[in-house]
Design a protein. Structure first.
Ligand code: 3H9
Length: 691
């Protein structure tokens, strides 16, 4: 007998249960039903002496089916099923390949022996989804690997490979071969006594309160997530009898399941995958076997580093031998850093270095399949480079600009091949930040867009499709809501209060700390560039200009909003500048609460995000969420700005904007789309579903 999601077969004394639920064998309702049926069938069959579970396709089981969270639960539940499996009289073994994650690993731990295939990855990624393992993992893992190793796995979501899993005692051995064949062989080993079986629950674990306490301190240092704390609580219960520990786990799992963080983190998981669903997804990408990068500054060398790490040969071009050497030096430093952090082995590091070549001659780039221009933000310079690239590059090469703001249509128009031109906007440091905005100009060919997405994947980045406008998705929205921080300072808050309030909300860094890090001269250049188009109705805050006039550009000059070096802390001279500017504008500072800071900042972000959707610059709300989660340090446990917007609701957002418009009806305008949503009672999630 067989179910679609589970294939049941007999091979002599071995009862085989094969999971067949592509693409990752998530433990969906159908899979659980099939598994239960298989176990019961073989339990009642006297010819079967051992039951072996294995995965068909890419994986053993990648965990519970994430799509089922938040919906009514259907029996059999995974935790109960695993307990039943462990209680079986006939030995049940798990043969795992690909991924055994979350509930998949828990299923294996409930079996009586575990075989890993080489290449297997195991771990408890539940905490990344705002959950804890809820099917016995917090009780069985410590029993198998001890408290210390369990605390290194369960609250962290860390994924480990087969050899480490065996070394820790999580798995019994590694066997090579096809999963089904290994399952048959291992089953026979159980029958002939060469593979021992036991129940994990029969093992005991000592709970050392000091270890628990230090895990709590370590976890708290990492931020405001609920699940890792609950995971530690659950592991701490592993010292109790198994039934009590399992009951405690169920209680803590439910607490996490009901928390808003879980909804946001599950959304963030799907965001990363949803953004690759683009209109051009069926176009065949061009092959990219080599890259050229123009510009060896921070961005150019970061992009070069990312491509070298991904295995691509890169030719880096600069204007002079000295500039080439500087760029090369930065790339080597970046690669050295990756080696030190364990991101690269020595061998891979050396191979990456060997793939780097440099030149000062644009003609030498001609054979590259893709060239990325990453020089400073000056339209004339970029146009000149694209004219020269058009003349130099082979037919079919893709010409990309890493501009953060400028008009890709205007750049493409300088070439005789606008269909081959697009924007590839990396975020600094480009070898670390995961976001890549793929900016599609009016005439960019579908296969060129598809190539951008293929490149993002190859570089381990999250590619997000963006349309052409000043700043694309991220920087356009940023330049809007960032003004709110300046307005709030002018009206009475300090930059430090604003940073703290937004960091408490969950941002990795507040806007003034970020400005100091990026360099205050960058904001100054943008303000200068946009000055001719600025409306005289726009409220303009000159504080940042006053700071820049003193030559204070933030971290790199030792001071900005904050002091750096030996005298860390808020810059007292900036407080004087603020005071002076308030006096000049006739403003008396008022009391501003942290709540007001977050409310205004987030409302402005959502309002501009809505306009980006109205203008078709972002395809869907999820694309905006992805940009902010992967490029702007937006707190993952809040799901992204548009997901967060739904937790407030369109009606309330409209009310807020209308209230703020009482003070400034130029900045605070209700986007028509938001007004419509408020009227219809719809959400950004509805827009995602409709797209
Ligand atoms: C859990 O187990 C709770 C239990 O403790 C307690 C229960 C009581 N469910 O990533 P990919 C989809 S919590 C549903 O592109 P890859 C994914 O959305 C769970 N769907 O492939 C995508 O769909 P689409 C703990 C899932 O090869 C497609 O599969 N487990 C699930 O790059 C391909 O995914 C996890 O957190 C799922 N569990 O990476 C594991 N997983 O094609 C999360 C994937 O429509 N998953 N999908 O866009 C992963 O880490 C990666 O997907 C994996 C494969 C490494 C498995």
């Amino acid at each position: 007998m067989s179910e679609t999601a589970v294939i049941i077969e007999r091979e002599g004394p071995v009862g085989l249960i094969g999971f067949n639920n592509p693409p990752v064998n998530a433990a969906s309702h159908a899979l659980r039903l099939g598994l239960k049926n298989g176990i019961e069938t073989f339990a009642a069959d006297d010819t079967i002496k051992v039951i072996a579970l294995y995965g068909i396709g890419r994986s053993f089981v990648a965990g519970a089916d994430i799509r089922e969270f938040g919906k009514p639960r259907k029996e059999p539940l995974l935790n109960g099923l695993i307990n039943e499996i462990e209680a079986q009289e006939k030995p049940v073994i798990a043969v795992c390949h690909g991924n055994a994650l979350g509930g998949g690993l828990e299923l294996a731990l409930g079996c009586h022996a575990r075989i890993a295939l080489p290449g297997l990855t195991v771990g408890f990624p539940e905490v990344d989804l705002g959950l804890i393992p809820g099917a016995g993992g917090t009780q069985r893992a410590p029993r198998l690997v001890g408290l210390s190793a369990a605390l290194d796995l369960v609250p962290t979501g860390k994924r480990i490979k087969a050899d480490e899993a065996v070394a820790l005692g999580l798995f019994d051995r590694i066997s090579e071969g096809d999963p089904r064949a290994v399952a048959v062989a291992a089953g026979n080993d159980v029958v002939n006594g060469t593979l021992c079986t036991r129940r994990t629950s029969d093992l005991k674990v000592e709970i050392d309160e000091d270890l628990i306490e230090s895990a709590r301190v370590r976890t708290l240092r990492k931020g405001k997530l609920l699940a890792p704390q609950k995971a530690i609580d659950a592991v701490a219960a592993a010292g109790k009898p198994i039934a009590e520990g399992l009951a405690e786990e169920v209680r803590l799992f439910q607490e996490c399941l009901d928390s808003p963080q879980r909804g946001a983190l599950v959304h963030a998981f799907f965001v990363e995958r949803a953004v690759s669903k683009i209109p051009e997804k069926d176009a065949a990408p061009r092959e990219i076997a080599s890259l050229a990068v123009i510009g060896g500054g921070t961005m150019g060398s970061g992009i070069t580093t990312a491509a070298l790490i991904a295995g691509l040969p890169v030719r880096l071009m600069e204007v002079s031998d000295e500039a080439v050497e500087r760029g090369r030096g930065t790339v080597l430093k970046n690669l050295g850093g990756a080696l030190k952090r364990g991101k690269l082995t020595q061998e891979k590091h050396d191979a990456a270095v060997a793939r780097l070549s440099t030149t000062t001659d644009i003609a030498e780039l001609k054979d590259a399949d893709l060239v990325i221009e990453a020089v400073f933000e000056d339209m004339d310079v970029k146009k000149d480079i694209f004219r020269r690239l058009d003349a130099a590059m082979k037919d079919g090469a893709i010409l990309a600009s890493n501009t953060s703001y400028l008009d890709i249509n205007a750049i493409a128009a300088e070439t005789g091949r606008p269909a081959d031109v697009l924007g590839l906007h990396f975020f600094s440091p480009a070898h670390i930040m995961r976001l890549l905005e793929i900016v599609v100009a009016d005439r960019t060919a579908p296969e060129v867009v598809a190539t951008g997405f293929a490149l993002a994947k190859r570089l381990g980045k999250v590619g997000v499709r963006a349309g052409v406008c000043d700043g694309f998705i991220g920087n356009r929205i940023l330049s809007h809501y960032r003004k709110v921080a300046d307005y709030l300072v002018m009206d009475g808050a300090t930059p430090q209060q604003i940073d703290r309030a937004l960091e408490d909300f969950g941002f990795a860094m507040g806007p003034f700390a970020v400005a100091d890090l990026a360099g205050l001269d960058i904001g100054m250049m943008t303000r200068k560039r946009l000055a001719p188009t600025r409306s005289n109705r726009e409220r303009y805050i000159p504080i940042a200009d006053r700071i820049c006039e003193r030559g204070w550009y933030g971290r790199k000059t030792g001071q900005g909003y904050y002091l750096y070096g030996d005298r860390e802390g808020p810059n007292p001279a900036v407080a004087e500048i603020i005071e002076q500017e308030r006096t000049n504008a006739g403003i008396t500072a008022r009391e501003i609460t942290d709540e007001e800071i977050v409310t205004r900042y987030m409302t402005a972000m959502i309002a501009e995000g809505t306009r980006v959707l109205e203008d078709g610059i972002a395809l869907r709300p999820v694309d905006i969420d992805a940009v902010f989660l992967f490029g702007y340090g937006f707190p993952r446990f809040r799901g992204g700005p548009m997901f967060y917007a739904d937790t407030i609701g369109a009606k309330e957002l409209v009310r807020r904007i209308e209230t703020f418009a009482g003070e400034d009806d130029f900045f605070w305008r209700v986007p028509p789309l938001l007004a419509r949503m408020a009227q219809e009672g719809t959400t950004f999630a509805d827009l995602n579903e409709r797209a």
